[in-house]
Ligand binder design. Sequence first.
Ligand code: NAD
Length: 729
Amino acid sequence: MTDFTMKTDADGVATITWDTVGKSMNVMNQQGFYDLDALVDQALADDAVKGIIITSGKPDSFAGGMDLNIIAKMKESAGDNPAQGLMDGLMATHAVLRKIERGGMDDKNKGGKPIACAMQGTGLGIGFEIPLACHRIFVADNPKAKIGLPEIMVGIFPGMGGTTRVTRMLGAMGASPFLLEGKLSNPQKAKAAGLVHEVVPADELLSAAKEWVLSEPKIVKPWDEKGYKMPGGAPYHPAGFMTFVGASAMVNGNTKGVYPAAKALLSAVYEGAMVPFDTALKIEARWFTHVLLNPSSANMIRTLFINKEALEKGAVRPDVPDEKVKKVGIIGAGMMGAGIALVSAMAGIEVILIDAKQESADKGKAYTADYMDKGIARKKATPEKKEAALALITATTDYAALKGCDLIVEAVFEDVGVKAEVTKKVQAVVGPDCIFATNTSTLPITELAKASESAENFIGIHFFSPVEKMMLVEIIKGKSTGDRAVAKALDFTRQIRKTPIVVNDARFFYANRCIIPYINEGIRMVKEGVKPALIENAAKLVGMPLGPLQLVDETSIDLGVKIAKATKAAMGDAYDDAVDELLFWMADEGRLGRKTNAGFYEYDDKGKRQLLWDGLAAKYPVADDQPDLIEVQNRLLFAQVLEAVRAIEEDVLMDIREGDVGAILGWGFAPWSGGPLSWLDMVGTPWAAETTNALADKYGERFKAPDLLEDMAKKNQSFYGRFDPAKAA
Ligand code: NAD
């Protein structure tokens, strides 16, 4: 069976229908390109055919994108010359799309047959690049549909003509949000932006397309006509020149030079704008080849696309029956509880939100109302949706309301005693079979489970703040946690559309275990006299979204003090107090970070972050000799990645995919690298071990390569070579 079929009706309109076998949404594969090409040839050659409609066999979408194996196959197709294989493969796809665009016209733009694309809904990536090659794009008026080119989000760019066509349609400035930011639009917005031509009721989609095809329309694209000028001006035009100057600065500002795709995209647009269309496609293919050969792109695709999706679809879910949540009890309606209630209600789950006082519970529920009001103001939500969400949340102090819950998420104060008391009170109502999850960020799950009648049904579900924004959920198994609890936590995470990782219980679990040493390394450097600006900029230039000092300001210095004290109490002599002096001093000074409008940074009256606080230098003077940028960056990166390696060694991380996905989604670890383990593979374990051991000689034992890294370095092994579960499967 093929994914593309064609039927010609009595009026001479050939309809090519794309219907990927066995998938709910169309996905382009290698054979699909061949089949589409052959059908277009056939229709163009057939005198009985007056025009063509390309559409989808799926009821409400056109296509979700491309099977990324196509890229792998292209790479392999030219033996030991992957660049050649990619270039040839890309040019072959350009030829198919260009054939559609030319519609059989001759060199003088005479003859040819009109080709319309009729999109039932969503069209992403190649699922929008095919429509872009057609002469007219019709879309069903389906407000949920998403149309656009999101490639940049996973470290590549639209390389099947999307870059060149959208730039020529909208100009460099107009194309920028859709190419450089991967902005997606619903059909009406896509029409307003000039990306599609007609939005019609779903049941009139094919008839509207057919009517147009039979209307003997003009089909030549503007860029194939003499005298075409790029909207907004090409680079040699004064206005165009200014656009590119601004765009280059913006791209470098946003990417700090570490994301190859954005820069390559801009180069393809700039160079392509100065040459005829077919040459521009060749330039696009070259830059796309360049990006596809960069390990950063391959790593980002693996982590942010393939592995993230695999985890969301339950790659590590135990094989037990469906554990979808129907009614969740959330205990503690503070910052976290309120957020968890919001995302649960938005997923259609009934919520019982409990706090010690009714007014606190009400305040927690009001968080959902506020969030929805903001959404309504920004036209992202409707009053009906707000009412529906609020109707699902019962705010109360009465534990009896928990009856019938199939999941409890506890988010009360971070205190073993308070948590134990709450666990007992809850279980008196729901019984021991109900899965009980704690949102603790620092307390051992195994320890907290002692208060429960069933350690098997006790688990950690660690959300990050703010809950509605942060995509990662860390699920923590205590020593006795059973499969049903893990399945429940994973099914819940899927319902609320977040990405889960499942880890074993250990101090700070996974994410906090890696991020705390990053923050601490920044503070240690301040103490040593490294310029704070050097520390912060080094972090950003290596792709961290926030420097370590800004991060402490955001999470608050008193939280740091609290964690330091609790860790010291738990670890005793093994505790390293290197950062305590500085942290405690800042807290004593009342500089608690953003929340007090004073921390490592200064803030204006409106809370806007200003410069680094110069009072820091009075207490910790800046040294005359400053380390070089790379050394600062290595310290900041190794502080995190060595913890990820130790987490594997100690069996906290059971799957390296989770180590990478969790790092990027949980604390923003340099996304361009694909995650800490991908980064180690990119730089090579021998270099990593040697470099970090040199740091250990200079700065202390914490940098000593863990045994696992040492062993891998000796064997020149990579993490994905040794541990990739996808390979083991
Ligand atoms: P919070 O202080 O904002 O909220 C805690 C809420 O629990 C308060 O409303 C309080 O009235 C209520 N509460 C306390 N004792 C109670 C009891 N016996 N019965 C019912 N309600 C009770 O705290 P938070 O920041 O929401 O944190 C809650 C939990 O989530 C903690 O375990 C914390 O470690 C964890 N956590 C926090 C973050 C974060 O960034 N704040 C992130 C992840 C996890």
